[in-house]
Ligand binder design. Structure first.
Ligand code: FE2
Length: 429
């Protein structure tokens, strides 16, 4: 019994046009011309149908707090942390939940149906953890929210962080976080990585650390993270977020580091929008871009995902929950302009972060969850170029968000008519 059929879809891997038959919230069949005349149908001819966007790195507790209590004047990571520290004692569960739910609405409208959010556990009241656990439960029918216990002020540096982090994990946060480059010394940073990996191994949890978010080429905590991953047998369960110091590292050292990261099967999470705005702030000219070495890490076989990191918070005044904006920034910053590289950029906001989060049933194949996004574009490259509209977002086979196609009415001399940007292509040979 088929519940719904999408007719004539283009798939991200180039298959198409194909039909997608859905039953019981799962994909039942993917094939051309599926025979089910009585099933409800949606015609998606010429449209890309993708699995949903996934954000591997976000801060749901800080989102939409821009200007509270004031704006970040220097634009630096450190002023952002200080500002957040001013806001934190005033946070209430109701306000946190309300902001997070509003962001989730925006995310769904953009076809973003899975988010890994760091949750600051520096305040021993743990109001952030309480609030985000409530949000995780409330959005579960339409969005997968994974929560990282994140000691924003430093695991050793903040006096109550160690106990608070363990309590947050006891409450049910999903992932062990860290911030080694923000500890008082390099040695403390390395010790925090070792301690947090031990906790994760004992609890059977994944690890995702803010790691080396700095222009300092001597910030090498990712090396310790890889070594501790191997020591504890955590291969494939540990992610290094940001890794911006790798941008500035000596090439010879990197030639040793990347194979070590590959041996540890580290996931790499880069945050292009935030890295390009926060890094290089101490440079005059030339100014470093700061983003980690995405193409080189991908070429070495590491799973690289992109994160949005921030939307309208103490660190970043922009953003709109659009993972195609994130991928588009990565293409520019890392000069990922070849056809293959642009395809990889699309994968870095879909399949690659789905691997980081370990999402069950992600993809377009029989048995996968019928979570799908219909885009106003023919293929992933066009979706990326246009930051194409999400015409329809489906969760478990049900339409949960719809946006009209973008069509402009032109009134030009001799050229009156409608314009759909997704139909403009170079002349055929
Ligand atoms: Fe972050």
């Amino acid at each position: 019994m088929v519940d719904l059929i999408l007719r004539n879809a283009n798939l991200p891997d180039g298959r198409g046009p194909v039909d997608i038959a859905i039953a019981g919230g799962r994909i039942m069949q993917v094939a051309p011309g599926i025979d089910a005349p009585d099933a409800p149908q949606i015609d998606v001819t010429g449209r890309l149908v993708s699995p949903p966007f996934v954000d591997a790195h976000f801060h749901m507790d800080a989102t939409l707090s821009l200007g509270m209590p004031r704006l970040n004047r220097s634009g630096t990571l450190l002023e952002g942390i200080a500002l957040w520290g001013e806001l934190r004692p005033t946070l209430t569960q109701d306000a946190l939940v309300e902001r997070a739910l509003r962001y989730c609405d925006l995310a769904v409208s953009r076809g973003l149906l899975a988010v890994r959010s760091h949750v600051d556990v520096s305040d021993p009241r743990l109001v952030t953890a309480e609030a985000l656990i409530e949000v995780r439960d409330r959005v579960r029918p339409y969005l997968d929210l994974q929560l990282v216990a994140f000691p924003q002020d430093g695991y050793f540096r903040a006096p109550q962080a160690r106990a608070a982090l363990e309590r947050a994990l006891d409450m049910g946060l999903d992932v062990v976080g860290g911030i080694p480059h923000f500890e008082r010394t390099m040695a403390d940073g390395a010790a925090s990585v070792a301690e947090l990996c031990r906790i994760a191994a004992e609890r059977g949890l994944p690890v995702d650390m803010h790691c080396d978010e700095s222009d300092d080429p001597q910030s090498r905590h990712v090396e310790t993270l890889a070594a501790e991953t191997i020591r504890h047998g955590l291969q494939g369960r540990v992610a290094g977020s940001h890794l911006t110091s790798m941008h500035s590292m000596d090439n010879y050292y990197v030639s040793k580091l990347i194979p070590l990261m590959a041996e540890a099967q580290l996931h790499v999470i880069s945050n292009p929008l935030i890295n390009i705005t926060l890094q290089g702030r101490h440079d005059s000219y030339p100014k470093r871009r700061g983003m980690t070495r995405v193409p080189e890490l991908m070429a070495a076989g590491l799973n690289v995902a992109f994160g949005h990191d921030c939307v309208m918070d103490p660190w970043y005044s922009m953003g709109s929950g659009d993972m195609l904006e994130v991928a588009q920034m990565a293409v520019h910053v890392a000069q990922m302009t070849s056809v293959d590289a642009r395809r990889q950029a699309f994968e870095a906001v879909t399949t690659n972060p789905a691997r980081v989060l370990g999402l069950e049933g992600y993809g377009i194949a029989p048995g996968c969850r019928a979570d799908l996004v219909v885009l106003q574009a023919r293929d992933p490259l066009e979706a990326l170029r246009l930051r194409a509209r999400r015409l329809m977002v489906l969760r478990a086979g049900r339409v949960i968000a719809e946006t009209p196609a973008e069509v402009t009415q032109l009134s030009l001399p001799d050229r009156a008519g409608t314009l759909d940007a997704s139909t403009i292509a170079p002349p055929a040979d």
